[in-house]
Ligand binder design. Structure first.
Ligand code: PRX
Length: 665
């Protein structure tokens, strides 16, 4: 960790935020009935969940199917939590087969819309629970026939197509572990993850549609497979019809494998603590970590948060849409695993928000009569910039609830969302959580919690969140500190794949016995949480989490670069942009050509999401006498705010002057 407290967050902008929005009257009737009716009821349930977690979570878990009941609800020996110990269940069963068994096989589970719009209308597919039961069984059998066994890690690098959902659920069905890699990551990033997970099989698509162009997914897998010896089998779904290279004996078409395979593939009985998935995310070091989630607790927690936070009620005409990509945790938990057990259709959209035009999302909301809409602040800021005429062209009256996730939402964006999208009648749920937490931890409950723009408000049932100092002591009202979770919750990560030490050091060492989130926060007079941003070397770029070290390593791997320092800088749409300070080997000319080459290099090493927004060449970086880069100073320079910060430990004062003067193209 570089510094103890965040200093690059605009605390003032939210400190003065006093606007309060009471739960809109009539919300419960409008949405088809609410699960909870008052803040007092929330407090009662919350108190019980903290006082008696076994009783609380035991009852909730009973709403889902188990093959064998658990003997103990929770075993906790920090940092190791075991939930529903001894119980066996299956997540695919609870998402799919359970609905079929209860007579809902014909209901729509997934509504999928493709990106291309040909002849005026896009392709739409509606998959019922019965369709999902059949397709996940078939693909489960395909995986088995390719040698995948319980516990094996299957890498999924696909676009946002229904087959991605099918592949994930098929893994869950047969007890394989999936590792989904976002389709925007590069071949290098795939190779690193495949290698770390020791994954022998990759499922991909020929290509993916993005803004009318084809993303060459299969080419990227081919390139990744050349960088590691792990990949033995590649399954390719035909989506775009683009040309692909073919490696005999290794590559198989999805449609060839699935045709003629049996659809009899019972859901494997999984121990509650068996692994469900791995998902790589960025941390303070250069190497992404494989966050490990297990079955029972994750299932119960994502089910319950989905139910309460989005107010999901089956059979009331609700259509839920989360705009995230399944390559991120939001898509795992709140497109698939938390939503399907609630038996409300989940919408999946393949492409970009501005294709073919800037009103695509609102067109989707209108045509599918979306009732709950969940997106990210970076998207909201883009919509604001594109103009009010786009949402105003459409009938958005089906919307009943709005959600946001991924980064702090600035009050201005909140107000715009409230006014232009929610017509001032939809509650907004600002949900704070992380890849590691598996599910949402801090958020308002719709129709119940008074909201304040910029605050994620109150903890969910069972979540003992607090703002503390390094000794674990709770800080007074409005004093910023470390956001920690003091008790285990069912969906918490169970580890980092293959790195027990890093798991302990990252999350449980700084404040012993408590889960350290890596975020700074304060709590106001009402007890509401205000997230102040990361306290480690992680930045949140357009809601995508990146380690500054990852970008630095990518830059330094370029032959012209000696040293690089990467910091976040304010960015109108992305929230945080990437600023890179780079020193060069002798003989390389700092200039636009090299700058372009470095941008390309980072895109190849990690992916377009990691492309710096600014590269500044410098002959030295500001360092302390002990050789540590003073990122705080670099952040000021990148933000354009001149620094009167204490530079007494700075080794060479002239470095600062030169850095300020340097041109960044
Ligand atoms: O800094 C917090 C920010 O996103 C981080 C987690 O990123 P990731 O693991 O990629 O998961 C994103 C989707 C859950 C957090 O440490 N963050 C997430 N949601 C919010 C947020 N910051 C403020 N408000 C939020 N609602």
């Amino acid at each position: 960790m570089s510094e103890t407290m965040p200093d690059d967050v605009a605390i003032e902008s939210v400190l003065n935020e006093r606007r309060e929005f009471p739960p809109p009257a009539g919300f419960s009737d409008a949405i088809g009935g609410a699960h909870i009716s008052s803040i007092e009821q929330y407090r009662e349930m919350y108190d019980r969940s903290i006082r008696d977690p076994d009783g609380f979570w035991g009852e909730i878990a009973g709403e889902l199917d188990w093959f064998e009941p658990w003997s103990t609800v929770l075993q906790w020996e920090s940092p190791d939590a075991k939930w529903f110990v001894g119980g066996t269940t299956n997540l695919c069963h609870n998402c799919v087969d359970r609905q079929v068994a209860n007579g809902y096989g014909d209901q729509v589970a997934i509504i999928w819309e493709g990106e291309p719009v040909e002849g005026g209308s896009p392709e739409v597919r509606r998959l019922t629970y019965a369709d999902l039961a059949r397709e996940t069984a078939r693909f489960g059998n395909v995986l088995k026939s390719l040698g995948v066994r319980k516990g094996d890690i299957v890498t999924l690098y696909m676009g946002m197509v229904p087959e991605l959902a099918i592949a994930m659920l098929a893994c869950a069905r047969i007890g394989a572990v999936h590792s989904v890699i976002f389709g925007g990551f590069s071949a290098r990033a795939i190779a690193d993850r495949v290698q770390d997970a020791d994954s022998r099989i990759v499922v991909t698509c020929d290509g993916g549609w993005r803004r009318g162009a084809v993303v060459p997914l299969k080419d990227n897998v081919d390139a990744a497979a050349a960088m590691t010896d792990r990949v033995k089998t590649v399954v390719v779904l035909k989506r775009c019809g683009n040309e692909v290279a073919w490696t005999l004996d290794r590559d198989h078409w999805w449609h060839d494998l699935v045709g003629g395979v049996s659809d009899d593939c019972p859901c494997e009985a999984m121990d509650s603590e068996d692994m469900l998935f791995l998902l790589y995310t960025s941390g303070s070091t250069g190497k992404p970590k494989g966050i490990l989630h297990t079955t029972g607790g994750y299932m119960v927690y994502t089910y319950l948060t989905s139910k309460y936070v989005f107010n999901l009620v089956p059979d009331r005409g609700q259509v839920y849409w989360c705009t995230a990509d399944i390559g991120w945790v939001t898509g795992h938990s709140y497109i698939i695993y938390g939503i399907l057990p609630n038996r409300v259709p989940t919408l999946m959209y393949e492409g970009a928000p501005n294709f073919p035009a800037d009103d695509r999302f609102w067109d989707i909301v209108e045509r599918h009569k979306v009732t709950q809409f969940y997106t990210a602040p970076t998207a909201i800021r883009a919509f604001m910039k594109w103009g009010n005429e786009h949402p105003r062209k459409h009938d958005l009256s089906s919307l009943k609830l709005l959600g946001t996730v991924g980064e702090p939402i600035n009050p201005e964006a909140w107000m715009w969302y409230h006014r232009e999208i929610g017509s001032e009648r939809c509650p907004i749920v600002d949900t704070w959580w992380q890849t590691e937490t598996g599910g949402q931890l801090i958020m308002p409950l719709p129709g119940v919690t008074v909201t304040v723009p910029g605050s994620c408000t109150l903890p969910f049932f069972g979540v003992d969140a607090a703002v503390v100092n390094d000794h674990g002591e709770q800080l007074p009202v409005n004093v910023g500190g470390l956001l920690v979770i003091r008790k285990p919750w069912p969906a918490m990560l169970r580890g980092i794949h293959g790195d027990r030490q890093r798991f302990i050091e990252t999350y449980f060492a700084r404040v012993p016995g408590m889960y350290l989130t890596g975020d700074g926060a304060r709590r106001d007079e009402r007890g509401y949480f205000w997230i102040m941003g990361r306290i480690d070397d992680v930045i949140n770029v357009a809601g995508h989490r990146l380690g500054t070290m990852e970008v630095e390593s990518a830059l330094v791997s370029h032959p012209a670069v000696v040293e690089a320092a990467v910091v976040g800088m304010p960015h109108e749409i992305k929230g945080t942009g990437i600023a890179a300070f780079v020193t060069l080997e002798k003989g390389h000319d700092p200039g636009d050509e090299l700058r372009k080459d470095l941008l390309k290099h980072v895109t190849t090493e990690i992916g377009a999401i990691a492309r710096p927004d600014m590269i500044r060449f410098t002959d030295a970086l500001p360092k302390t006498r002990s050789g540590k880069i003073m990122r705080r100073l670099l952040r000021d320079i990148a933000a354009g705010t001149d620094s009167d910060q204490d530079t007494t430990t700075l080794e060479d004062f002239s470095v600062m002057a030169r850095l300020r003067e340097a041109d960044d193209g």
